[in-house]
Design a protein around this ligand. Structure first.
Ligand code: CA
Length: 270
């Protein structure tokens, strides 16, 4: 009976090695995920707690501008749902793209409503800002001077993982569901210290409210290496799209160990 208990424990532990975990956390500036740290007040999201350890929680004091928490929005997990009218969340201010480098991941689903939708950025009425947004099936990146467009990369009402890597002063690489799509030239500037606004340009006259769901956002203050970027995309792919990564060595060893104990306990019984 004791061996069965050990076997049970080891099998549980083996499978826990497969659970989606984020292994790349160096330079993580902001980490918002809808399956953790969401405060719902009176049916609306009042606070989305930053999981990066930096305390840059995204919040909204105006009740009418609060999004809702949509449970079971993607792969059994929750997402934050923005109404496309005026919903938006705001973090505390910090330096995004320090040294003009950075990496961003966002798992989002847009409902095309014929208007422009701001997903994430620091777009304000003043200062050097950036913005990642869409207009129907065209994704746009505003670099404070002009907007670069990526046509056809966003699909109506479908969740995707979008990754951007700023790996030089003037270059951004764009990936969708981990596949390279394109790169584009951006202005050689350093965004100011600003709050990150999510779902709309809260402090801008041009609100551009996003209509759709955002499940997770990660912002790194450095350009991740290819293997680091892939590792984060695997974490998101496993979590939201059931894409199984290669099992980690600990899982394989523990499975073999479990089988060994199982067989040996049966042999001893005969
Ligand atoms: Ca609203």
């Amino acid at each position: 009976m004791r061996k069965w208990k050990v076997l049970f424990f080891l099998l549980i532990y083996s499978f826990s090695c497969w659970a989606a975990t984020l292994s790349v956390q160096n330079n993580l500036q902001l980490w918002l995920k809808a399956d953790a740290g969401v405060t719902v007040t009176g049916g609306y999201v009042s606070n989305w707690a930053d999981q990066s350890g930096n305390g840059r929680n995204a919040s909204q004091s105006d009740t009418s501008k609060r999004p809702v928490l949509a449970s079971n929005a993607i792969n059994g997990l929750a997402a934050i749902r923005f109404d496309g009218s005026n919903d938006g969340l705001l973090t505390s201010a910090f330096q995004t793209f320090p040294n003009k480098r950075g990496t961003m991941f966002i798992v989002a689903k847009a409902a095309f409503d014929g208007t422009t939708g701001h997903m994430v950025g620091t777009y304000y009425n003043s200062g050097i800002t950036w913005q990642f947004y869409h207009n129907q099936d065209t994704l746009l990146y505003w670099d404070s001077v002009s907007a670069d467009t990526i046509s056809g990369s966003i699909v109506n009402s479908e969740f995707k993982t979008y990754s951007i890597v700023r790996d030089s002063n003037t270059n951004i690489n764009f990936y969708r569901n981990g596949e390279f799509q394109t790169n584009f030239a951006i202005a050689d500037n350093q965004p100011d210290v600003k709050a990150v606004n999510i779902g709309s340009n809260i402090n801008h006259s041009n609100l551009e409210a996003f209509h759709g769901d955002i499940a997770e956002i990660l912002l790194y203050g450095s350009n991740l290496s290819e293997s680091e970027r892939i590792s984060v995309e695997q974490y998101l792919g496993e979590k939201y799209f059931n894409i199984s990564p290669v099992p980690e060595p600990c899982s394989v060893l523990l499975v073999f160990f479990s089988i060994f104990i199982f067989i040996s306990s049966n042999l001893q019984r005969k």
